[in-house]
Ligand binder design. Structure first.
Ligand SMILES: *[C@@H]1O[C@H](CO)[C@@H](O)[C@H](O)[C@H]1NC(C)=O
Ligand SMILES: *[C@@H]1O[C@H](CO)[C@@H](O)[C@H](O)[C@H]1NC(C)=O
Length: 289
């Protein structure tokens, strides 16, 4: 028996042992008596720096798939989003609103205050402002502990920022499409839209939109300190399918034609890989497949 074979057996044993404990894990996010976002909201997008038209369409299709009436083929992005209804009842409908294409007007290093300024460029109410930074833009703390963030303008209009990590830290912010920086090395998965950076952004946008609607102003659902909360999806970090354990995303679907991994389908025949969301009905992180 060669060493590869031994290693495979060892990994398999680890997997078998970890599987039941991971799935049985119970988790409680506490509701802090504040506002959640319920009803209809538009998602305004500010593109900072260069994004190709294809990259933009992948992200717009994803956001519009969250409530798409025209696409509900299982497993769907829409059914993933539906779990947010379990949080204090009632649904949240999101769809893409205005878009701004912003060239490199502030240069290639953005700080927190500038991020706030970019998010404040939209003046609509009942909106979530989404600021997306291109792969060649550095943002304060990007890659050193965060892949994006959500916050609000004057405690009123929520905003989300996510960066494209492709050239800066794909092992951290585009895992499992790139090998991780630390820990067990399972082979990277093939990104469902063929773009490691953008498919990684989808994971973070999904995480932060769910965190925004269930904890928009720090009075919603979370565990831990309000400055470093574990929210609807961030509490389930690293879990994409059943049997996940640190370094292994879990069992997901594979597209026979392209080899791409996915677990959710959306508009325009797109496929996405979405992280598990905590389900208040069962107190567990629920992967879609
Ligand atoms: C929510 O409100 C209830 C009733 O006023 C109170 O007992 C509880 O401690 C509050 N929970 C939090 C997390 O603030
Ligand atoms: C952005 O893309 C355009 C068109 O492809 C290119 O000319 C320009 O140099 C790019 N800007 C930067 C800062 O990379």
């Amino acid at each position: 028996m060669d060493s590869k074979c031994l290693l495979a057996m060892l990994l398999w044993c680890v997997l078998l042992q970890l599987k039941p404990t991971v799935e049985a894990q119970k988790l409680e996010l506490i509701y802090h008596n504040g506002t959640l976002l319920k009803g209809s909201f538009t998602v305004n997008i500010l593109w900072y720096g260069n994004f190709t038209q294809i990259q933009r369409s992948i992200i717009v299709d994803f956001v519009n798939s969250l409530n798409s009436a025209t696409w509900s083929q299982a497993p769907s992005v829409k059914s993933w989003w539906k779990t947010t209804e379990e949080y204090k009842g009632g649904s949240t409908t999101l769809s893409v609103g205005k878009q701004i294409m912003e060239p490199y007007s502030l240069g290639k290093h953005i700080n927190e205050k500038q991020l706030y300024g970019l998010a404040s460029r939209f003046k609509d109410v009942r909106a979530i402002n989404l600021v997306l930074t291109a792969k060649d833009v550095a943002v304060d703390s990007f890659c050193s502990g965060r892949c994006g963030t959500h916050n609000s303008i004057d405690g009123k209009i929520p905003y989300v920022w996510v960066g494209n990590s492709e050239t800066q830290c794909p092992g951290q912010c585009a895992w499992p499409f790139h090998k991780p920086i630390f820990g067990p090395q399972t082979p990277p998965l093939v990104a469902p839209n063929g773009d490691v950076g953008v498919d990684g952004m989808i994971i973070n946008i999904a995480t932060l939109l769910a965190g925004t609607v269930t904890n928009p102003f720090n009075g919603g659902y979370y565990q831990g300190p309000p400055t470093l909360p574990l929210e609807a999806v961030s509490a389930c970090a690293g879990i994409f399918g059943r049997g996940a354990f640190p370094g292994y995303p879990g069992k997901v679907l594979v597209d026979r034609a392209t080899g791409a991994s996915y677990n959710a389908q959306g508009r325009n025949d797109r496929k996405f890989l979405l992280p598990a969301m905590w389900d208040p009905a069962t107190f567990q992180c629920k992967p879609l497949v």
